[in-house]
Design a protein around this ligand. Structure first.
Ligand code: ADP
Length: 278
């Protein structure tokens, strides 16, 4: 399988502040690839560098086999990019924004746009200023998808969307990917990554700290355990067989017990510090 995204040794600084340091990453055709990390990890910097919106000091990026700097315009034609902010001219109607985006590409996307608006339950007669954040996000989604791009690049796409629409959004991605597209999804929502992505990269403080199949990343036996027993409350990470945990707790008088997936922060702890585990 060919690399749809290939980043080699990307370094981007903002003056003295670090943005991204020595990042190398490859995304294969047909993957739904998660790009995860807390705020400030370098996700947007990477994406903006990929799209040629930022100048970077070191490294090389190829998108769909093209150089991100030299062939930036040609890359944008084949990519569906959804930025984290859903900003449009407030007085424009939804239908006008969508048509404007298609016209900018010189394409007639009416059929696909109509399908997307229906699936996303988007009222195209409204003006942008009348829309909630969730509905503005839907406009972004239509603009990113209507030209059926080979590669989707989404930056925090689902924030503001209600769970039903998040589901529709990911169904749409899966459908496009089934037809040959590739998806690069930046998010800090771990559950989205574990549900929808094939592989994921974890970023922290501008550096790549792990890239692996999601099954391997989330297969960790670590759980967050919240237990109230014998009048005392405990909250800790447990790494091991859940059956053993239950046996250990069986002798206690339990008032409450939660065994949860670790959060993204927990995962970072698990991978890099190993603290707090029992
Ligand atoms: P993320 O998208 O993961 O939240 P960013 O790529 O936005 O992370 O930020 C990575 C680092 O680069 C952060 O330390 C951030 O403060 C810094 N940074 C991002 N954009 C700018 C900017 N325009 N000027 C200065 N520093 C920036």
């Amino acid at each position: 399988m060919t690399d749809v995204i290939r980043i080699d040794n990307l370094t981007k600084t903002y003056g003295k502040k670090r943005g991204v340091t020595d990042l190398s990453l490859a995304v294969k055709e047909g993957e739904i690839f998660g790009f995860i990390g807390p705020n400030g990890a370098g996700k947007s910097t990477t994406i903006r560098s990929m799209l040629g919106f930022l100048n970077f000091e070191k490294g090389k990026i190829e998108i769909l086999g093209k150089d991100s700097v030299k062939e930036h315009t040609s890359i944008l034609k084949e990519v569906g990019y959804m930025p984290s902010e859903a900003l449009f001219y407030p007085a424009m109607k939804v239908s006008e924004v969508i048509k404007f985006a298609a016209d900018a590409r010189g394409l007639d996307c009416r059929e696909e746009a109509a399908m997307l608006c229906e699936r996303l339950n988007l009222d195209t007669g409204k003006r942008i200023k009348e829309l909630s954040l969730g509905n503005r996000k839907k406009v972004s989604i239509v603009c990113a998808m209507q030209h059926k791009p080979k590669l989707f690049i989404f930056d925090e796409p689902s924030s503001g969307l209600d769970p039903l629409m998040q589901n529709t959004f990911f169904e749409l991605i899966k459908e496009y990917v089934a037809k040959g597209a590739t998806c690069f999804l930046s998010t800090h929502v771990l559950s989205e990554v574990s549900r929808y992505c094939d592989r994921a990269a974890i970023m922290r403080e501008g550096r790549l700290i792990k890239v692996d199949k999601v099954d391997n990343l989330t297969e960790s036996t670590t759980k967050r355990v919240k237990v109230t027993a014998d009048g005392a409350h405990e909250d800790y990470l447990y790494n091991g067989d859940v059956n053993e945990l239950i046996k250990k707790l069986a002798g206690k008088n339990l008032q409450n017990l939660y065994i949860e997936e670790p959060s993204l922060e927990d995962m970072f702890m698990h991978f890099y510090e190993g603290k707090e585990e029992k």
